[in-house]
Write a protein that binds this ligand. Sequence first.
Ligand SMILES: [Zn+2]
Length: 730
Amino acid sequence: MSVTERKFKHVNYGWDNNKADKLDPVERLVYRSNILGNDQRITNTGGGNTSSKIIMKDPLTGENVEVLWVKGSGGDLRTSKKENFASLYQDSLIKLQSIYNGADEKGVKTGIEDSMVGMYKHTIFNLNPRASSIDTPLHSFVPFRHVDHMHPDAVIAVAASKNSKILANEIFGDEIGRIKWQRPGFDLGLKIQEECKKNSNLKGLILGQHGVINWADNDKECYELTLTIIEKAAEYIKKHDKGDQTFGGQKFKQLSSGYRNKILIEILPKLRGLISGKNKFTATIQTDEKILRFVNSFDAPLLAELGTSCPDHFLRTKIKPLYVNWDPQSEDPDSLIKILEEGLVQYRNDYAAYYEACKHPGSPPMRNPNPAIILIPGLGMIAWGKNKSESRMAAEFYNNAVEVMRGAEAIDEYIALPRQEAFDIEYWALEEAKLRRMPPEKEFASDIILVVGAGSGIGKAASKRVAKEGAHVVCADINKEAAEETAKEIINTFGFGIGVAGSGISNCGPALGLVVDVKNRESIREMFSQIILAYGGVDRIIITAGIFVPPDEKGYIPDKKWKQTFDINVIGSYLIADEAKKVWEAQGLKGSLVITTSVNAAVSKKGSLAYDTSKAAANHLVRELAIELSPNIRVNGLAPATVVEGGSMFPRDRVISSLVKYNISFSEDEDTEALRNKLAEFYAQRTLTKSPITLADQAEAAYLLISDRLSKTTGQILNVDGGLHEAFLR
Ligand SMILES: [Zn+2]
């Protein structure tokens, strides 16, 4: 560890000359951004931006020009690549000041300020398509080559303290100034420029309630300055830490993790139903010591009510969380549900009142008035988002907010952003435009879909098919490793998402592998508990788990095998539906269930007596459940004919015995795949469409049946068999 590295106890020092010195100036900026973003204590996910002013050859004139490379809109510093940065002519950006200054009405929140954002396009260097961030002028107008703007909890704590001006001076000295809260934009850029003019020794500014911006002509120096500022703030907070008296001390005791989970499993589906309207929400729960220290404290209700400070935080967490006034030591879970219901009504009323009090003529219409963060003493935090990634982000940002409050309360008194300022960010025309620009949501973007039998064959194919439409997929299978492998493949294809928060299983991505034994109700119950703790509920279920027990050489199926066949193919599906029913009833949301049966249900033939009979029973189970689970849940059956592809149902010896049975010539030297193709082709020729039936065909049908595309179809069986006239249902 170098002397410099040793200086930092509260942040990770990441600069490595060996790496940086091999890079060109733009790559050095990307490098600096990545190592800054890599530490949550330096900045939150997606928060902050960095820039370098670099001399480059103009593609039009061949002359050297100064180009501002600045992190563009969206993206995250930790994972940013070159394409996440905008490149703009620095002199053109400076010239925009004369347009701005020439306006009749100027200043923060004036029309000209917002319209300047559109002008950045006129300054683009080398046709770089990355959209510029609203923070662009904060970087351009600072007369130094490198600028970092971060949202460190420790610095925001100082910036959100009642006496932040005095504190900032005490902690950082004269080199770092302070500027009071102002919404980011052109005018804030000008104010920072003004501060630089007034004091040429100034190295940075604490931005009231928001974060820090600092600069240097050398990039490594700029990086180390950022770390030094955070280090000083964190050390100061540490010195003033209140220990046991943090947040006024602990009012409630912790609950045992077993009891805590039991309550969470009980309330989450109900809660999910209560806050989901047209759009459904996904939960991330956090129950660790860190969040419980806040939630269980004396000051939590008051601090929670004040709301968050940094704009990044409250855009995700809403203006304030719902703090639930429940005493985990003396009140039971039933009373919690009642208190939650009342709390939600109150929250929505408060939100509507906030909207009404702060709105301007032309403000966008009121958005979803439900809380994004729910704090429950004894239990912890439940964060909600339109998908897992969003709920994890909301949770991450409320952790930031708690850290800010902890720091501010340790050194002084926490001051939230004024409501009107919060509103003017939340309902800013530019924010609204950003929301409108977002691509339309995928079909299953807010759905939690359980696939039972996801480890192989049709289940695996169906899991991937619904994941492609944006679903959160719980991949369950008797084979745990196979289930986890399917989930892993989905995450590798579609990404884990962003946000760093959540405890235990709730810290999962958009796909999750779980073990389940469909013969065992307890095992099914445990699976649903895990799903609820991971996502908050479940919307749709595809069951593909099934078993084919061949008769012995004499064509006989022993009693035990009959039972096994019915236990898995019929009773297993019923048990899943019966356990799901409790979750579905608590949620009160629309959903659907698909049970995989078989064309054999309608075609009697030699050699599969138990299997065919069980599938006929499964067909009728579909019809019974359609009635049982109506009106919210549709139930349909998918009836495949033999899918040879994939091999899970067709190991080599079964393929060979089938080839022998049908008198198809083959050689023992041929590999299994070639033999499978031969058999598949034989089956294909028996169908009306003359083509082999694939896993993709089955997955497509499962997707169609589970989706709302067939929203008026329930209690039906869909054959996917290439056309077998003897399987026609009459
Ligand atoms: Zn910022």
